[in-house]
Design a binder for this molecule. Structure first.
Ligand SMILES: [Fe+2]
Ligand SMILES: [Fe+2]
Length: 189
């Protein structure tokens, strides 16, 4: 595959991810460009699949910042973001981080990523308990957004890159076959 056609595939995957987020509130801007972009996408069926989820999350995070008060848009987008992020994290732990943890060269990466999932869950819980109509809600939301953007930037720029190098072909095949199935199941619960 040439570099040029690779770029088109990556661009399409990113556009499709943003379009999925936009379906929930077509009139809101998704200024994904204002959030850190990644250059790493890896194999489109393996790590590219995870990065496409991250793009959708980046779009939802940006769109929520365009909402105000306890509005139907904010409720719908935040509900979808939480469901998406939590299903993605659970599937990622089962399909990827479990294998990364087993390899002594990368154990620390997996520990770090899973610990951040826990911290992200705590920030989500705080937001679920806070009053969406209060100005403090968006301030708390900005904390979640910063933490999550940091998390996915590290995954894309450090841990996925190391995992792609260290995982065996069997581990990569496991990731490819398990992630979609587990994410779907997690999202349904
Ligand atoms: Fe993650
Ligand atoms: Fe991720």
């Amino acid at each position: 595959m040439t570099a040029h056609s690779n770029q088109i595939t990556e661009h399409d995957a990113k556009s499709a991810a943003i379009a999925r987020a936009k379906r929930l509130a077509p009139d809101l801007a998704a200024r994904i460009g204002s959030t850190p972009a990644t250059r790493f996408r890896g194999n489109p069926d393996i790590f590219g699949r995870l990065v496409a989820d991250h793009d959708e999350h980046r779009a939802l995070l940006a769109m929520i910042e365009e909402t105000s008060g306890d509005s139907p848009d904010r409720r719908r987008l935040f509900g979808e973001l939480v469901n998406e992020m939590q299903a993605h994290a659970a599937a990622e732990e089962q399909a990827l981080w479990s294998a990364v943890l087993r390899n002594p060269d990368t154990t620390e990466d997996a520990r770090h990523a899973v610990a951040e999932h826990k911290q992200i869950d705590e920030l989500i819980e705080e937001l679920q308990e806070a009053d969406m109509a209060s100005p403090g809600w968006l301030r708390r939301f900005a904390k979640l957004k910063d933490k999550y953007l940091h998390h996915i930037r590290e995954e894309e720029q450090e841990q996925f890159v190391a995992a792609e190098k260290h995982l065996s072909d069997a581990d990569l095949a496991h990731l490819r076959s398990v992630f979609n199935r587990r994410k779907k199941a997690e999202k349904a619960t």
